[in-house]
Design a binder for this molecule. Sequence first.
Ligand SMILES: O=C(O)CCC(=O)C(=O)O
Ligand SMILES: [Fe+2]
Length: 423
Amino acid sequence: MHHHFSKIEDLINDKQSIEALKDIDEHKDLSGNHILWAYRALRRLQLFYAIPASDMSAGRINESIIGDRMDACECCVMAKYCLEGNDMYGVLDWAVEAYQKWEIDGRPECVNPNILNYYIISSSIYTGFNFMSLLNPSGSNYQDCTEKFVRYYHLIRNELFELEKERVMDVLEMYYYLERRQVENDFRYLCKHGVSRTLTKYLKCRYQTNNLFYRILMPFKEEDINSEPFIKLYHDVLYDDEILKIKTISLVNMKDAEVRKKGFDSALEERTRSGQVNWITASDAVKYFYALNTRIESFTGFSTKTAELYQIVNYGLGGHYLPHNDPFLKGTENPMFGNRLVTVLFYLTDVPNDGYTVFPRKNIVAPTEKGAALVWHNLHMSNGEINYETLHGSCPLLKGNKWIMTKWIYEEGQHLPYNWKNK
Ligand SMILES: O=C(O)CCC(=O)C(=O)O
Ligand SMILES: [Fe+2]
């Protein structure tokens, strides 16, 4: 018996075994869908932040290396997925990249050069590049052509990127599309350029006791972000041990995020939102978050009695949430408690270079950090109508992991100048 133990111990300590175990560990949760989503996440990041395949495959964005190098095989797989999604600009970009890496990496077997040629030729025809003009009538082979093409491709790549942005679409959709497109452009711009604090005479930060006697000892650190709509940031309102507890409870229960669509049941739609979600159960909430409810009431000034349960979200690579409004549209509100009056968004991780919460209509990128809560009013406090200026989203994550927790406070039970039931 003892003898076996030492053998097992040797095996465990063996470098190769450790690598193998790591491999198993890293891939254990990947189902077919997740692999497809991983590819889509990369492609989405590429399009969103305008990163050419040559930069992305080097792990580079804005001149700095933040990720791992991709090899020829991985680039080829990207081209394959793009082809399956009928994304011919993607096929072109990745196939050319795969081809170059294939040459540099000593022509690894996982890449079939004929398939690569096929990718390049078909995508180049589709994207309007006259590949045929490169063919030498006196019988050159595809290999030579591909090489030539790769050289030309680098010259025209920027124009291709521009072309890709133009899409054909139904005239009736145009108005909605233009408006949406403006918002999305603003969203992209803000995500790319990150946090800029604009200090004005009116936006200040302060120690806030909210007239609570015991808060004199430990006032809230309140920072004004915007006045209309009301957006404020409260620093250090969630403690490290609470964050750890929240992540521990949630980790085993995370499910792929869903979005509610008008007229449809909740749908899995990773184009709009991609991440993993868990709702803390009522019994766990009582057990662990009683004090937090009281704290939320202290800094927001609203009752949490009618609030939703806590929602935890984890975004991985490429995880995002496109701009949206949190309240339900007219007629779909909660019949007992009304609409989502206030959003309290806690950050369970730091948000250093990406994954910001952005309000594109107000030109705001929230300057937040771990343990802070961003609070905003979704409805006009005078009449309960939705304030569409609170449109907000989460920028696609380029690296690491972002964890948040949300609490939605409802109209019922608050001191409001209107009766929500008569709206
Ligand atoms: O993750 C974020 O920054 C925003 C999340 C959000 O808007 C939501 O969950 O409704
Ligand atoms: Fe939201």
